[in-house]
Design a protein around this ligand. Structure first.
Ligand code: CO
Ligand code: ZN
Length: 347
């Protein structure tokens, strides 16, 4: 879990992935034969197949997990030193009030997203849901001091530690999608004999429209692709049973459809068969809003069979995202069994 903690706590919003890229690159270098970085910043780790002389050229399997997290870009420093910001990725403003942040300026400085205390809110103001454009960051410094450190265009991440709530449950910011990156790395550590070429891609800019996966799938030209990402676990009070998408602790989730991708049927059936043969706990999910890098892989070149393997996560896109360790473990198991058997698959 130390690696997952490090992945979640390292900053890197869409387009500003340098620091998280460095951490992942070091890990990929230990477990792949070659690591490339493309012009957008995607990391591509290549692990060559174990060759069988009688067999045709190995298939290329692309695994994609996005390394970017949602955050903000500083858009304005006002005369009193308060900062305004533009969202990078889809935040729910209700989850932002009263959060700590880190502003990545000339150096990292802490701040808070401030708001008027309830004592001085009017009746009218209490009823209104907050809007991001009305929020501000307070770093507790005067304009002239702030201006030495912060300029427009600097990026901001939310400040939240990784925490194990008990022996099964963990909570952090940026499980979306550092937990996918973690599953990808742990899978590569675990696989034994593998007869396909694996392209493990830590993609950039997923949260702003799958941009990293669009270009990396064009350069990799995979025969088949799987995105590793989080999915909604809405097994919480106030959600109807039929609307929960997935349930925390009920296994890795094979996605059937999201708003970008209808999963390749043969690939889904192959994953189900492998899960059943190896007694790996899984569930299926259908996500009506949102998509993953699978959408970009599927539509690259002349089309690629693709789907998403998801880690059920509560409170996605908040700083208290929550995962179950067994779901993570089952995701690693299914991914590694899939890769060990992928040469037999007909997609
Ligand atoms: Co996301
Ligand atoms: Zn994601």
């Amino acid at each position: 879990m130390n690696l997952l903690k490090k992945l979640c706590e390292t900053p890197g919003i869409s387009g500003y992935e340098e620091r998280i890229q460095k951490v992942i690159k070091e890990e990929l270098e230990k477990i792949t034969d070659e690591v490339k970085i493309d012009k957008l910043g995607n990391l591509i780790g290549i692990k060559k197949a174990k060759k069988l002389s009688s067999k045709p050229a190995p298939k290329k399997v692309m695994i994609a997990a996005h390394m970017d997290e949602i955050g903000f870009m500083i858009s304005f420093v006002d005369k009193d030193g308060f900062l305004r910001f533009a969202p990078v990725g889809g935040f729910d403003p209700r989850t932002l009030i009263a959060q700590r942040v880190v502003v990545h300026g000339a150096k990292d400085i802490g701040g808070v997203i401030g708001s008027k205390p309830i004592h001085i809110l009017s009746e009218e103001e209490r009823k209104k849901p907050p809007k991001i454009k009305d929020l501000f960051i307070d770093v507790g410094l005067k304009k002239d001091e702030v201006s030495k450190i912060v300029k427009t265009g600097d990026f901001v991440t939310l400040d939240r530690d990784f925490k194990e709530l008990n022996d099964k449950i963990i909570t952090a910011k940026a499980f979306d999608d550092r937990v996918g990156v973690y599953v990808m790395i742990e899978t590569l550590k675990r696989i034994k004999d593998c007869y396909v070429d694996i392209y493990a891609v830590a993609t950039v800019q997923e949260e702003v429209g799958l941009r990293g996966a669009i270009v990396s799938s064009f350069s990799v030209e995979p025969d088949v692709g799987i995105a590793l990402d989080v999915t909604i676990a809405s097994d919480i009070p106030g959600t109807k049973e039929e609307e929960m998408v997935t349930t925390l602790g009920e296994g890795t989730a094979i996605n059937l459809m999201d708003s970008h991708t209808i999963s390749n049927k043969k690939l889904v059936n192959f994953l189900r068969k492998i899960a059943e043969e190896n007694k790996i706990k899984y569930q299926t999910d259908i996500l009506l809003a949102g998509g993953t890098d699978a959408g970009a892989i599927q539509r690259s070149k002349s089309g690629v069979p693709a789907c998403t393997l998801s880690i059920p996560t509560r409170y996605v896109h908040s700083v208290v995202e929550m995962c179950h360790k067994e779901d993570i473990e089952n995701s690693i198991k299914l991914m590694s069994k899939f890769l060990e058997n992928a040469h037999k698959g007909e997609f």
